[in-house]
Design a protein around this ligand. Structure first.
Ligand SMILES: Cc1cc2nc3c(=O)[nH]c(=O)nc-3n(C[C@H](O)[C@H](O)[C@H](O)COP(=O)(O)O)c2cc1C
Length: 140
């Protein structure tokens, strides 16, 4: 079984709902653990085969700056060749933050196991299905 970390930040619960959907879809298929971004750090990256990072659009098409961004930017040193996935919620623009984030991890040399999954506001049925598909690819 693959060891998977699902590492997320949420302000109002939308990205958290995505993280929980991914976690439950991994059940029995992988050894998956959920971490709020405060509780994850760069030294934990090597403990997992794959990592799903989740963060909503914050600031001006940015990652959340107090908890998630500092944790993520430290982890980036270890993402070259790492199999990861990205997800998160947005509601002011068109998902630009995720395109920026995807470019960033591609430059880091990370390998995306699934297209990034984005949800407008609280994840609807389609977004939850996308989360389950992402989980399936994470567990493969
Ligand atoms: C301070 C702040 C900044 C935000 N910036 C953006 C943004 O740049 N683009 C966007 O599409 N949504 C933006 N949003 C909307 C959030 O991404 C949206 O409400 C999202 O669903 C929150 O997810 P969460 O419930 O996981 O915190 C912002 C919200 C807040 C509170």
């Amino acid at each position: 079984m693959k060891k998977i970390a699902i590492v997320y930040w949420t302000g109002t619960g939308n990205t958290e709902a995505m993280a929980n959907e991914i976690l439950s879809a991994c059940k029995d298929k992988a050894d998956a653990k959920l971490f709020f971004s405060d509780n994850f750090s760069k030294d934990m990256v090597d403990d997992f085969d794959r990592i799903a990072f989740g963060c909503p659009a914050m600031g001006d098409e940015e990652l959340e700056e107090i908890s998630f961004e500092p944790m993520f930017s430290e982890c980036e040193e270890k993402l070259s060749g790492k199999e990861i996935a990205l997800f998160g919620s947005y509601s002011w623009n068109d998902g630009e933050w995720m395109r920026i984030w995807e470019d960033r991890v591609n430059k880091d040399g990370a390998i995306l196991v699934n297209d990034p999954v984005i949800a407008y506001d609280y994840p609807d049925d389609k977004a939850l299905e996308d989360c389950r598909n992402l989980a399936e690819n994470l567990c493969k």
